[in-house]
Design a protein around this ligand. Sequence first.
Ligand code: G6P
Length: 605
Amino acid sequence: MCGIVGYIGKQKALPIILSGLERLEYRGYDSFGFCVFNSKPLLYKEVGKISLAKALAKIKSDGLIGIGHTRWATTGEVTKENAHPHSGCKEEIFVVHNGIIENYKQLKEKLIKEGHKFKSETDTEVIVHLIEKYFKDNLEKAVTRALKDIRGTYGLAVISVKDPDKIVAARLSSPLIIGVSEDEFLIASDPSAIITTTRQIIILEDNEVAVIKKDGLTILKEEKELKKEPEMIEWDIEQAEKGGYKHFMLKEIMEEPNVIEDAIRGRFILEEGNVKLGGLESVEKKLREINNIFLIGCGTAHYACKIGEYMFEEYADILSQSDFGSEFRYRKPIVDKKTASIFISQSGETADTLGCLKEMKEKGAMCLGITNVVGSSQSRETNAGVYTRSGPEIAVASTKAFIGQLTILAMITVYLGRQRNMSLTEGKEIVSALKKLPLMAKEILIQAEEIKKIAKKYNKYKDFFFIGRKYNYPIALEGALKLKEISYVHAEGVAGGELKHGPLALIDKNCPTIAICPTDAVYEKMISNIEEIKARKGPVIAIASKGNEEIKKIADEIIYIPKTLEILTPILSVIPLHLFAYYFADSLGCDVDKPKNLAKSVTVE
Ligand code: G6P
């Protein structure tokens, strides 16, 4: 989510680090910092965007080694103190880090008892204090020892004045590459930061630790040395920014399994069949009293709200209603002490959603947020909330952020449910099923080529219906929205049962329907809907549960998704629809990332 750049070699490190960081800013970062060794370490941090010229005019350094970071806040607000690099009690060791340290609170408590002084709110800072604690005379040994105490994910780079001629880098589930050139090495979280200097790269794999000196590189795994040869990357800058994918949207869809993983990371208490949501701790008692919830959002976030409505009612026994931000404004919601409102927004800046938040605050309702952008207006205005941790989303059409929102909603459902009537067994069942979702999501993405073929086959049609029931009704709405917004064909989402009340009049051989029909409580009813469509010669693409052979008899195309609990199916069933919309629009040559007439963040009402 954040960006890392490091340099060691014969050139001045600072300009190389700063231009690398500047190249990473396309992902929308909020603060940055670096540490370069001159005779003394030069540590610099700032909130806001990097201005290379300004920074270079202000700061002089001849240092030949350094590390830098652009932050996209996850733990801790956007402040100078929270920007990286972080140092220990003494300004001797410096760390930049991407990822999430799950057990940072416990580690921090312990380190404070041992006398360590913390300067930031970040999870990262525990890493540097641990390294400081274990440091004797060798940096890689201290890093390796510190990593044994850590639970979570990391891509990190460390330098120390006490072992000054090396960068130590390590990776677990957070990308890190090493650029190799003559007598110099770069390190980065993203190839776009370094490919203007070198195209020879070594990809660091999980649990590998690299010790990078200006005259050589050692890669260690479980303290044993590995031999790795550099490979050539042919990407140009634009491709590199998109991780090699043609569009940001495709890259973001491909990140969906990681989004689930990041959203749930460190937030489960499996033995209690519950979740731990730090952002809701301050309102825990009040939430027990709540008997009425409004869920408000716009666009894709609104469909997340709709699914939340089903989730809260079924599993937490709370009366729930969702609405568009733009419509809720005209209602007269009945609000009392037992009313909560949840605002869902990727950006946290959507004017209609913020307008409702202001009104609900004035009415005295508890206001909670599910937001992706830390420090956004929404996260500042709400009483409490949960961050989705989905990483920057660049494509205008929201995809991975939606997956993050649904994952958080499922966790809040468990939280509210366990405060009320949800049994330990049921809580455990949902939490265990959530844990399996990232792998299941990956299983769907493996079918990307198949989905692409189907999308191409259907790209001559100009009208589509998407149908679903219960949890998958809002998914039908989202599937249709995605298709129309990026490919400009007409697509309509309909509740399966409503077909016969009107839309069926439009069904014929020229109007395909995408039917979301996993094997769940409403499966039989969905099959009846598909039969109604087939009787009118409408082509049908079914999103069905793996192992469902029966569906082959009626659907023209089938995309299978793995089986999970009904409440969690929307998190999986939407993935093929995101891919379908993407490949459909791309096959028509549309500007997928920037659809006409639309904006990523709508800050006007
Ligand atoms: C715009 C975007 C949509 C997004 C909606 C809500 O319309 O194009 O993709 O779903 O805003 O944005 P938010 O940031 O509040 O989730």
